[in-house]
Design a protein around this ligand. Structure first.
Ligand SMILES: Cc1cc2nc3c(=O)[nH]c(=O)nc-3n(C[C@H](O)[C@H](O)[C@H](O)COP(=O)(O)OP(=O)(O)OC[C@H]3O[C@@H](n4cnc5c(N)ncnc54)[C@H](O)[C@@H]3O)c2cc1C
Ligand code: FES
Length: 255
C-alpha cells in the first residue's frame, strides 16, 4: 500500500557526484519489494517542483530506514545529494511493481550499469531471504572504477563480477563482454542501467533463450500513472512505466 511519509536523513555517505542517504521514519515501513522505487519531494529547490523517482537501495524494517543511492544529474538530484544529516525528506513509497522473485533451482544473474546498480542490492537480499538456495551473482559495470560504489555491500550478499570501460577495475569492456557469460550457469537475468546496456543484455538473453527482466528508467513526473509522460510501447500497447513497471520481462518489450 502506497504511503506518503516524512523521513529524516540520519546518515550520509558522499561520493564524487553521488550520495548514499539513510532515511528514517517514525512509523513502520510498508512492505517493499526489490525493484520498487520512491518519489522524493525536492524541497528548497525552485527548479525541481516535481518529485524525483529513486530506487530503493536497501530497507531495514527493524529500524524503519530506507537507503537511497543518488547520482547527481541536474538540479533535483544535486539538491538531494546536498541534503545534510537531520534534513526532512517527504517520500511517496513503495511505487511500481518490482522484480519477480526467482524460484528454487534458478541460477540468477543481477546485471547493473552505473547508478542502475542501486535497486539490485535490496532485491538480492530478498532473494537470499525468500529463496535461500538461490545464491545471486552480481555483474556490475561502469565507465571507470569511480562509477562502482559500495562494492563491499554487494560482496556481503553475493559473488560480484565487474567490468569497466577503461579497465580500471575488473574486466575491461561492457557487462555483456564479461567472461562469466561463458563460464557460469545462468537461467534468469535481472538488469538495470542505461538503455543501451539493457538492450544489449536483452539481446544476449534472447540469443541464449534466457529469461530476463529489465527495470526501465523512463522520464517520469507524477509516478502514479496519471500524467502519461513515462509511457512505453509494449506488446500490449502503451503502458505507464511508473505503474505497470518499472520492471518488465523482455518478452513484453518491443526492443
Ligand atoms: C524507476 C526509476 C528509478 C530510478 N532510480 C534512481 C536511483 O536509484 N538513483 C539515481 O540517482 N537515479 C535514479 N533514477 C533516475 C533519476 O530519477 C533521475 O536522474 C532524476 O529524476 C533526474 O532529476 P534531475 O532534477 O537531477 O534532472 P533533470 O533532468 O533536470 O530532471 C527533469 C525532469 O525529468 C525527470 N527525469 C530526468 N531524468 C530522468 C530519468 N533518468 N528517469 C526518470 N525521470 C527523469 C525528472 O524526474 C524531472 O521531472 C531513477 C529513475 C527511475 C524512473
Ligand atoms: S510518471 Fe506520470 S504516468 Fe508515469
Amino acid at each position: 500500500m502506497k504511503k506518503i511519509i516524512d523521513f529524516e536523513v540520519i546518515e550520509k555517505r558522499s561520493f564524487p557526484r553521488a550520495a548514499l542517504l539513510r532515511l528514517h521514519c517514525a512509523q513502520p515501513l510498508p512492505a517493499i519489494r526489490g525493484g520498487q522505487f520512491v518519489q522524493v519531494r525536492v524541497d528548497g529547490c525552485d527548479k525541481a517542483y516535481l518529485r524525483r523517482p529513486i530506487s530503493i537501495h536497501d530497507v531495514d524494517y527493524q529500524n524503519n530506514t530506507i537507503d537511497l543511492l543518488i547520482q547527481e544529474k541536474h538540479e533535483g538530484t544535486k539538491a538531494l545529494c546536498a541534503l545534510p544529516v537531520g534534513a526532512n525528506v517527504n517520500v511517496v513509497l513503495p511505487l511500481g511493481n518490482g522484480f519477480t522473485m526467482p524460484e528454487k533451482g534458478d541460477n540468477v544473474l543481477l546485471v547493473g550499469g552505473g547508478i542502475g546498480i542501486a535497486p539490485l542490492l535490496y532485491f538480492a537480499k530478498t532473494i537470499c531471504q525468500d529463496v535461500p538456495t538461490c545464491a545471486p551473482t552480481f555483474l556490475l559495470g561502469g565507465r571507470s572504477k569511480d562509477d562502482l560504489m559500495l562494492l563491499d555491500r554487494f560482496r556481503e550478499v553475493g559473488e560480484v563480477a565487474i567490468t569497466t570501460n577503461d579497465g580500471s577495475l575488473g574486466e575491461a569492456g561492457f557487462v555483456t563482454q564479461h567472461s562469466l557469460w561463458n563460464t557460469k550457469k545462468i537461467n534468469k537475468i535481472y538488469a538495470c542501467g542505461p538503455m543501451p546496456m539493457m538492450k544489449a543484455v536483452a539481446k544476449l538473453a534472447r540469443e541464449r533463450g534466457l529469461w530476463c527482466e529489465v527495470s526501465l528508467e523512463n522520464q517520469m513526473a507524477c509516478g502514479i500513472g496519471a500524467c502519461l509522460c513515462c509511457v512505453e510501447n509494449t506488446t500490449e500497447g502503451n503502458v505507464c512505466v511508473c505503474k505497470e513497471g518499472p520492471v518488465f520481462n523482455i518478452e513484453r518489450l518491443l526492443w
